[in-house]
Design a protein around this ligand. Structure first.
Ligand SMILES: N[C@@H](CCC(=O)N[C@@H](CS)C(=O)NCC(=O)O)C(=O)O
Ligand SMILES: N[C@@H](CCC(=O)N[C@@H](CS)C(=O)NCC(=O)O)C(=O)O
Ligand code: FES
Lengths: 104, 104
């Protein structure tokens, strides 16, 4: 479907993508976690897209099995390359550990 | 208003009342916190009340200044009496400390 292609393109073109909702505290925590790590994700607020929001949430469930927010996509190799090109250092162990902790 | 009176009656007749939403993880955490403490709150799921949900959320904001969920009401004296009458013990320091921690 067209929406499915949009998601695939989005996550392939951006190192970190967070599908979120503006009023959801779990989503806020994930967004500020990335901010603390010095990573700027592409954030897509599903509650600000009108009727496309629920449709997008369904597509994400089809693609990932996850129907909840926050839904985080990380292209690790992509992320490392873009960080290196910006002369930024990232504690990868910290990132992975933090994400494991926050997604339980 | 009638809805305001309903809320005042509800929180005066029940030791612990949690205004919640079924799909909200913060609300789930507060509900399972009480479960761990052996306290059974009256839970009101605002997303399962049709159009009355948002109205109720507005009334709560008028009464408490808080427009978010979870919104927790505790009648401490009431709680202690009802626990004593059921021969239940409660670590009150634990309860207060836990609630302070979870409502930041
Ligand atoms: N343990 C999961 C919980 C995810 C979850 O339950 N998210 C809620 C919001 S906090 C949700 O998406 N509910 C359904 C919805 O909002 O459509 C995580 O940390 O990501
Ligand atoms: N720090 C507050 C956060 C409360 C909060 O932001 N709640 C969100 C849901 S997690 C909310 O009610 N958003 C507006 C809404 O759902 O109507 C707490 O722990 O209670
Ligand atoms: S909606 Fe409350 S934590 Fe996500």
């Amino acid at each position: 479907s067209r929406l499915e292609e949009t998601v695939k393109t989005t996550v392939s073109e951006n190192p970190v993508v967070v599908y979120s909702k503006t009023w959801c505290s779990y989503s806020s925590e994930v967004k500020s976690l990335f901010k603390k790590l010095g990573v700027e994700p592409l954030v897509i607020e599903l509650d600000q897209m009108g009727p496309q929001g629920p449709q997008l949430q369904k597509v994400l469930e089809r693609l990932t099995g996850q129907h909840t927010v926050p839904n985080v996509f990380i292209g690790l190799l992509f992320l490392l390359c873009s960080l290196t090109s910006h002369n930024t250092r990232l504690d990868l162990g910290l990132l992975i550990g933090a994400l494991n902790g926050s997604s339980r």
